[in-house]
Write a protein of this length. Structure first.
Length: 328
């Protein structure tokens, strides 16, 4: 495998996302200095993001500055990515395993006739094949899968790989036109985009620390205890379904089977029993901490660290100590 590796950039609030940067690290590892890692970014903000891309260790950046892709289906972006991969002669495309990335992988694999895997947490080359590992069944098992070439598309699980250091010298940026899109890809367009209410702090899907509260907090008014701990840690706030069903916080906070899936470095579950429907949304977190007054609560079976006790005593003390240590 000496062909270039293409990393698809995802943009949020005008910047490359952290999962995109993690893809560059994996691309460099797979290329092992034998092939270039090339960035790709598309959309109306692509040109300004390309500058950022050019500083994070890619050999060059391919840009499609066309607003059509801002509102088109992900299938249209897959079309543009496939064209870019062809153009640079890539054999592997990497994308962060966000909602966008997971959707892109399937579309691109079919369009580009490639072997594909999503939620990848480990990848290694063996001859012309790639061996990937990824959590399945909501994190209750880990699958190893062999992918045969000659083409590969991988969505990498966010917060799993390090981000690369900044490059001393920026790489070149090459602007290319949007390839003509089959009309079928433009029949559905996004007409509005309204961010969901996630409260203050980082967004649940991107955060490297998540603090979630459950029914154990008892009332909507008490939920500020969870939010204050999250704020002290610079974490996103999540909730169990018991909380969102009760209307204590919006459904956009819900983690689990019918809510969001998160895989942060640290997940703190406060007053959450650990029902399977909650666990499937957070089991792949790197470190799980549970705070619960019931020592037999199922959450302790999956927790790396557990505190058995009353959250109304523990949270204020923990928050105060974290604030003190962090000088807040
Ligand atoms: C089809 C389906 C889909 C579902 N999807 C989801 C989903 O996406 N996400 C989700 O979360 N749930 C989901 N559920 C609901 C799930 O089964 C549980 O009912 C829910 O997760 C329970 O939420 P909880 O842990 O906050 O509440 P409980 O199960 O009531 O647990 C509250 C916990 O708080 C502890 N506690 C109480 N007081 C204190 C205190 N003072 N200090 C410390 N701890 C205390 C208790 O010991 C207990 O363990 C789904 C259910 C179904 C049927």
């Amino acid at each position: 495998m000496t062909a270039p590796i293409l990393v698809v950039g995802e943009v949020q609030a005008g910047h490359l996302t952290s999962p995109t940067l993690e893809c560059i690290t994996v691309g460099q590892h797979l290329a092992a200095g034998q092939a270039p890692v090339i960035g790709f970014v598309a959309g109306s903000s692509a040109r300004s993001v390309a500058d950022e891309f050019s500083h994070v260790g890619v050999a060059r950046v391919v840009v499609v500055t066309d607003a059509t892709l801002d509102t088109a289906l992900v299938a249209a972006t897959a079309h543009a990515v496939a064209a870019a991969a062809e153009r640079v002669g890539a054999d592997t495309v990497l994308v962060g395993g966000t909602t966008f990335g997971r959707e892109l992988v399937g579309r691109l694999a079919i369009r580009w006739n490639a072997s594909a895997a999503s939620s990848v947490t480990e990848v290694r080359k063996e001859g012309d094949a790639l061996h990937v590992r990824r959590p399945i069944f909501g994190g209750r098992a880990t699958e190893t899968r062999r992918l045969d070439g000659p083409r590969f598309v991988l969505a990498l699980r966010p917060h799993t790989f390090p981000v690369p250091p900044d490059a001393a010298v920026p790489s070149n940026i090459e602007e290319v036109p949007l390839p003509s899109l089959p009309p079928g890809l433009l029949v559905a367009r996004r007409t509005a985009l309204e961010p969901t209410s996630e409260g203050v702090g980082p967004s649940l899907g991107d955060a490297s620390i998540v603090v979630s509260g459950g029914r154990g907090v008892r009332t909507a008014e008490n939920f500020h205890l969870v939010e204050e701990l999250a704020a002290a840690l610079g974490a996103a706030v999540g909730a169990s379904r018991a909380v969102t069903d009760a209307g204590w916080r919006p459904s956009s906070f819900q983690v689990g089977q019918t809510g969001r899936s998160v895989s942060p470095q640290l997940y703190i579950a406060v007053g959450i029993s650990g029902a399977i429907q909650h666990l499937v949304g957070m089991l792949s977190s790197r470190v799980i901490v549970a705070i619960n007054s019931d020592a037999s609560a199922p959450i302790f079976r999956v927790a790396d660290y557990g505190i058995v006790g009353d959250l109304f005593q523990i949270l204020p003390a923990l928050t105060a100590e974290i604030r003190r240590v962090r000088g807040l």
